[in-house]
Design a protein around this ligand. Sequence first.
Ligand code: KG4
Ligand code: ZN
Length: 335
Amino acid sequence: MKKIIVLAVESSCDETSVAIIKNGKEVLSNIVSSQIDIHKRFGGVVPEVASRHHVENITFVLDEAIKEANIQIKELTCIAVTKGPGLIGSLLIGINAAKAFAYANHLPIIGVHHIAGHIYANHLVSDLEFPLLALVVSGGHTELLYMNDHFQFETIGQTRDDAVGEAYDKVARVCHLSYPGGPEIDKRAKNGKDVYQLPRVMLDQDNYDFSFSGLKSSVINLVHNTKQRNETIHIENLARSFQESVVDILVGKTLKAIKEYPIKQLLLAGGVAANSGLRQRLKEEMEAYPGIKLIIPPLKFCTDNAAMIGVAGTFAYLKGQRDDLSLNGKASIDI
Ligand code: KG4
Ligand code: ZN
């Protein structure tokens, strides 16, 4: 294979990130500038604030990524950038920086779907082999995707309301835990017991769809009712009960899909893939399926980063995808 070096940009939410990826496999650099501390005091991402920080950070992050990779710009093959979905103001900062860089250096530009990026992060662990199933769990997405080749995404199930990461963040908020709530709940769940009875919405239904708004409302009602009775809620136990319900649902639906779809690999993708309970349970359950390889990205490639966009961008390049300077960001876009 001819040497392919991709410079990738990701700015769809609150992380400004630039990475340089060699041959879709080797991470020469992956700089992630997180705005979490800035958004923490608002309890969530404020889109205007996020855009402003992307503008301030992007050139520094880009310079640092090139410096750390220790390459010459003329060695680059192309530029890959997240085109959506995400916060439109945030996406546009990354896209315009990528376009300016591509134009100035006469490089092709390739727009990458953010979720394709999350899925291709798994290729950094092990080569993708088809057909495969990907369980995508992030702040904006919860879906089961079937792929029988590169960039052939078939959605076999998805959430009908909230994404699982969104439910984590809202439950954390009602428990007065800081943003982003997923890691906070995960941490507390480790010391708690599954004592609060919470629903497993849609788990027994004969489809691959999910629903998390009912589970979220059950937690909110439980917290409010406990408060009204002047009792205190046990945060660790609540975190554990919520996490057990989420993991039962996600793993239950995934195992159901495995029985119907003959696959070689099962991939876990998206920010919630960092969840320790989900990682652990999937590993345990998949021991019963030795013919299917379970791939889970290391934590730093689960939450938003440009390395994953660079890997997906490499495969898009190999497939012949080329965009031009009319490339635009889209807040919502099908994979
Ligand atoms: O993929 P991501 O970084 O951004 C989106 O594309 O949405 O995912 C962010 C989501 C947030 O909702 C965050 O709370 C959740 O991932 N998250 C977690 C954990 N780490 C991040 N959720 C549960 N457990 C974790 N350890
Ligand atoms: Zn993401």
